[in-house]
Design a protein around this ligand. Structure first.
Ligand SMILES: C[S@@+](CC[C@H](N)C(=O)[O-])C[C@H]1O[C@@H](n2cnc3c(N)ncnc32)[C@H](O)[C@@H]1O
Length: 312
């Protein structure tokens, strides 16, 4: 059986051997990365959390009315800490609702399972730790499903990957099942860029933690001080990207891969994409599925949107 460690090592080998180096943002979330992301969510500059929180706090009741049924299974992909989700779940009938958070971070699943049961007593919480890309087939069931994909998690995929993923979701959904997508909207650089390069340096720490994780789990010898965090945003495309830049010419060895990797001065490792959306982009992504965009909710500043789509 292939272990998580082997998969991580194979991914690092592929990413660091590529002509344009890359590492997946999926690997940000070890225990430290998870804690750092919670700090990011509390940053003034990280407007995404507050904007979606505002939608769920003030319009959660209305949204829940659209999603409710006699019995409903609410599956949340990449659930994280669930603080926003509780503002929606508190409007559901506890007896007939099962909440299934899925997250690749074991710590996130332990914490959310405990906290959600405290925040909303009697809600049935059945958390699962795993990679949602590999778990979609397990979501098939006869119960009415509501799939939550919040926090603009979809934006961590290219448009082609997002299209493939939404088509896969469409295939496991039955008529009447619903998908709620939380998406960051295209807006100006002065608002977006600080969310990915904050003044306290927490986003930099979060990005560079990936090198620490490789050192810890795969026996790497990255010297963190020789790399730096870089964030860019193209307002025209609506895409923010994060990179780790090598400050000098250097070679790093990873024991698990029995291999050394060379980095030129100023060479970039692409680590994250954060796509911003408008309705045309979303229509293109859902084209060819039987998902129908039924409702759109936004915050007061129109920074963020939560969309409700129904399988017809
Ligand atoms: C940006 S956070 C968002 C958390 C939450 N949805 C929110 O809106 O605040 C991304 C979450 O997705 C999880 N995650 C990332 N890639 C994943 C994957 N492939 N499978 C399962 N969980 C994943 C991370 O562990 C993290 O908790």
């Amino acid at each position: 059986m292939i272990t998580e460690k082997t998969l991580f090592a194979q991914h690092v080998e592929k990413g660091l051997s590529a002509p344009s180096k890359f590492l997946s943002s999926m690997y940000f979330y070890d225990k430290k990365g998870e804690a750092l992301f919670r700090e990011i969510m509390n940053l003034e500059e990280y407007y995404l959390t507050n904007s979606e929180m505002e939608i769920l706090m003030f319009q959660g009741h209305e949204i829940a009315q659209l999603l409710k049924d006699e019995e409903v299974e609410i599956i949340e992909l990449g659930a994280g800490d669930g603080i926003k989700t509780k503002e929606l779940l508190r409007h559901f009938d506890k007896k007939n609702t099962v909440y299934r958070p899925i997250d690749i971070s074991e710590q996130a699943i332990i914490d959310i399972s405990k906290k959600m049961s405290e925040w909303i007593p009697n809600l049935q919480v059945k958390g699962v730790c795993g990679d949602y890309f590999k778990m979609l087939d397990q979501l098939k069931s006869d119960a009415k499903k509501v799939i939550l994909f919040l926090g603009s998690n979809l934006g961590n995929m290219s448009d082609d990957q997002a299209k493939g993923f939404i088509h896969q979701l469409n295939n496991v959904m039955q008529k009447g099942d619903q998908l709620m997508l939380g998406l960051d909207l295209i807006k100006s650089k002065d608002i977006v860029l600080p969310a990915y390069s904050d003044s306290k340096g927490i986003t930099a720490e979060f990005n560079l933690n990936l090198l620490d994780r490789i050192n810890k789990e795969l026996g790497g010898n990255f010297d963190r001080t020789q790399f730096e965090h870089v964030a860019t945003y193209s307002e025209h495309e609506g895409i923010a990207k994060s990179y780790i830049k090598s400050k000098v010419d250097q070679t790093v060895t990873i024991e698990e891969n029995e291999k050394s990797y060379h980095f030129k001065k100023d060479e970039l490792i692409h680590t994250e994409i954060s796509r911003k959306y408008d309705l045309d982009i979303i229509r293109n992504i859902i084209e060819g599925t039987s998902l129908h965009l039924d409702y759109q909710f936004t915050d007061n500043k129109q920074y963020f949107t939560d969309l409700v789509l129904t399988k017809k």
